[in-house]
Design a protein around this ligand. Structure first.
Ligand code: ADE
Length: 325
């Protein structure tokens, strides 16, 4: 099969599954191959539609992104036109390049990208369909979650984050809408890569990231961010899952930004001591002091593997206290 010649109908196991090519041949797909079933979600960028592959009845979540909405990334502002390609089309190219990289990632807690294609005004991403919907839809219904449940989701997000960080990817935009549940109740992170896109507006940070409730203080100060900002955002999600609200709320983004940078964290009295420690550690404003998964992984868990006696000693000495679970 020639890559440049779309082949219709021959879509069996010769295609790219979750980005890994399972044969030498990649079959190009197009919008007509997929029948719309229903709208799953609508955002500023475009919409997500549940679609059925007309050749094998497989379901996908098709994300449609209006090219006009793929806006300037903060670090793209000074981009100059090169090689006859406008900065805008370069951005679109980059969006696709990023998609291609991400599509090669295989992790149970990261959404799989099966196909991507575009026409004149839209990009189409054929993603793994996650029938459990948004975690925060369930959180809203329940008010808050039990600590054990929070620990379970935190562990799943941490696994996905650790995996991404090891590949040199900072997620940067962890927020409730990006946490979906699969058919078995496992948490799957979605929507990374495009998370850098701006919503336009007045050039302030909150116009770039939308609502800032889950953003780390260092991101708001415009200083260089590191993977540590992802752990802070996870801390905000943990707090939200436990209490029904993110740690700092306010009438408008400016108020929230101020609180994130200046206010002291208030941890609810009713949480277990372990959970309080964890929330305090992961939501540290100081990047150097903030919890990250490697602290537990390297310094405690790995060393203690197969050495229960050591584990006991460490516990006594207060090591790994901040993990809480
Ligand atoms: N909404 C946004 N992305 C989705 C997905 N992959 N599955 C189900 N609903 C979604």
């Amino acid at each position: 099969l020639n890559n440049s010649k779309p082949v219709v109908g021959n879509t069996t196991e010769t295609v790219a599954i979750g980005g890994s090519v399972v044969s030498k041949h990649i079959v190009k797909r197009k919008i007509q191959d997929f029948q719309p079933v229903r709208v799953l979600g609508q955002g500023a960028y475009g919409k997500v539609v549940l679609v059925k592959d007309q050749y094998n009845a497989k379901l996908y979540a098709m994300k449609q992104l209006k090219k006009a909405e793929i806006l300037v990334l903060p670090d793209d502002e000074n981009e100059k036109s090169q090689g006859g390609m406008s900065p805008r089309s370069k951005r679109i190219e980059r969006t696709f390049a990023e998609r291609t990289i991400l599509s090669t990632l295989e992790h149970p807690n990261i959404v799989k990208l099966f196909y991507s294609f575009h026409d004149t005004d839209k990009l189409y991403l054929l993603l793994q369909y996650l029938p459990g919907g948004e975690l925060f839809f369930h959180l809203k219904n329940l008010g808050n979650l039990e600590e054990d449940t929070v620990a379970f989701y935190t562990a799943e997000i941490s696994l996905a984050m650790k995996f991404l960080h090891e590949k040199g990817i900072v997620y940067r935009d962890l927020k409730p809408e990006n946490c979906l549940l699969n058919e078995r109740g496992h948490l799957v992170l979605t929507d990374f890569g495009l998370s850098k896109s701006s919503h336009g507006g007045d050039g302030n940070f909150y116009s770039i990231i939308g609502t800032p409730e889950y953003a780390a203080p260092e991101l708001l100060q415009g200083v260089a961010y590191t993977k540590s900002c992802d752990w802070y955002s996870l801390g905000c999600l943990v707090y939200d899952m436990l209490t029904g609200k993110p740690p700092y709320t306010g009438q408008n983004p400016k108020v929230i930004l101020n609180k994130i940078m200046k206010n002291t964290l208030k941890v609810p009295y009713y949480l277990s001591e372990g959970m309080k420690d964890f929330v305090n550690a992961i939501l540290k404003k100081d990047v150097e002091k903030r919890w990250n998964v490697d602290l537990y992984w390297d310094e405690s868990l790995n060393k203690n593997r197969g050495k229960p006696a050591d584990k006991k000693k460490k516990k006594k000495a207060g090591a790994a206290k901040t993990t809480g679970f």
